[in-house]
Design a protein around this ligand. Structure first.
Ligand SMILES: Cc1ncc(COP(=O)(O)O)c(C=O)c1O
Length: 406
């Protein structure tokens, strides 16, 4: 069924770039959007639009219902409950959100563990937290030369002073799939909390937050066929109950009173108390439509299809002279992301040359500079990343173009 049956849902794939057919290999940065998602959002804006949770009138109730049903669908998609889903702008904001939670938490623990293959979104919030509080050390789970996490050092890195272990599920550079269930188990053995950055896994793999055991799980709508400007933070209900709101304003309180002594407020129920102000209503509805689309095809089928694409890309790239691939070559250990360097050109030069031939790939450090330094890709890499709409023929065409350039 994939991808022939669905390419028509993505009209952008008909585009010609510099006179060539578009080959879009940059879904790890942001995915393309199917008509169904765009139509669902425009239908909402055209025929059902109003603000939510506020008006006692038909349209507002309709919009609230659409919004809350969408939250339920999104929660089910990762096996969480609606009360555990907070809408934010993106994965980056979700991780920063957790850093504000830690800032207010008095646990006596002052260490945060991340891995050596994190996106800057899971590094910089912890640097900022340290700046804001003057405490918190960081320790790093090392990356092996093959591009896997060195699990043998987990017990050395995670200690009884660790408050949070925060790791990416899938590396946005190497495609490495990390054993997050095991990492969360070790974190919990040390009574630390566990956060999983699911930005690169949720679009491609079936996710079960309960099975993983994550206390926090973050992902972005725009990488999984949904609109930009919307991210999801799952937080275990037990933790949410003790969390203070990060943002204050309308929609997140049940009562506010002011007197000569100042003002006081009581928080709204979960999860509303974490969503101050008017949320991205159409975005939430769009993400639910994206999930409906993905579920109709089946995450399992998407995974199988992407595996075929990745396998072919790895095989063909390895046949070329002067190409070095980053990360594991074993298809069992990775998802649909292949980053590499060529001797002859810098990643930016190569990506411009590819673009002249209609190919969209990402070049540089992909917001993961420490990982590139660790694996000695000092100029960065060129990254090809796949999704359900890519074809095996596109891989052949890509390799043909690359050979011609080299
Ligand atoms: C692993 C990972 N984490 C976090 C992010 C940040 O996502 P966003 O830009 O949607 O906040 C990305 C984006 O590429 C990513 O790949």
């Amino acid at each position: 069924m994939l991808p022939e049956a669905i390419r028509k849902d993505f009209p952008i794939l008909e585009r010609r770039i510099n006179g060539n057919r578009l080959i879009f290999f940059d879904s790890a940065a942001s995915s393309l959007k199917p008509i169904q998602v765009i139509e669902k959002m425009s239908d909402f804006y055209l025929y059902h639009y109003s603000n939510i949770h506020r008006g006692i009138y038909e349209l507002s109730e309709e919009a609230t219902d659409l919004y809350e049903k969408s939250r339920e669908r999104i929660a089910n998609f990762i096996n969480g409950s609606s009360r555990e889903i907070i809408f934010v702008r993106n994965t980056t904001e979700a991780i920063n959100f957790v850093s504000f939670y830690l800032q207010g938490k008095e646990s006596g623990r002052k260490n945060i563990v991340i891995s050596g293959m994190e996106h800057h979104s899971n590094i910089v919030p912890w640097i900022l937290l340290r700046k804001r509080t003057g405490k918190y050390t960081m320790r790093i789970i090392p990356v092996t030369d093959e591009g896997l996490l060195d699990l043998s050092s987990l017990d050395k890195v995670i200690g009884d002073d660790t408050v949070l272990v925060s790791v990416t599920h899938v590396s946005n550079v190497l495609g490495t799939i990390n054993p997050v269930k095991y990492i969360c188990k070790v974190a919990h053995e040390h009574n630390a909390l566990c956060m999983v950055d699911g930005a690169q896994s949720t679009p491609h793999l079936p996710i079960d937050v309960k099975d993983i055991g994550a206390d926090f799980f973050a992902f972005s709508s725009h990488k999984m066929l949904g609109p930009t400007g919307l991210g999801v933070l799952y937080v275990k209900e037990k933790i949410l109950e003790e969390m203070e709101p990060v943002y204050g304003g309308g929609g997140m309180i049940s009562e506010v009173h002011c007197s000569n002594d100042g003002c006081v407020a009581e928080w709204a129920e979960l999860p509303d108390r974490f969503e101050a102000g008017t949320p991205h209503i159409a975005g939430v509805i769009g993400l639910a439509a994206a999930i409906e689309y993905l579920e109709r095809i089946g995450l399992g089928n998407i995974e199988i299809h992407e595996r075929k694409l990745t396998e072919k890309m790895l095989e063909k790239l390895q046949e070329l002279e002067g190409v070095r691939i980053a990360g594991p070559l074993d298809i069992e250990k990775k998802s649909g992301i292949v980053s590499f360097e060529v001797n002859k050109y810098t990643p930016h030069e190569l990506s411009s040359l590819l673009s002249m031939n209609g190919v969209a790939v990402r070049s540089g450090f992909h917001c993961a500079q420490p990982l590139h330094e660790r694996l000695k890709f000092t100029r960065g890499t060129t990254r090809a990343s796949f999704y359900l709409y890519n074809t095996l023929e596109e891989i052949d065409d890509f390799i043909g173009i690359l050979k011609k350039i080299l």
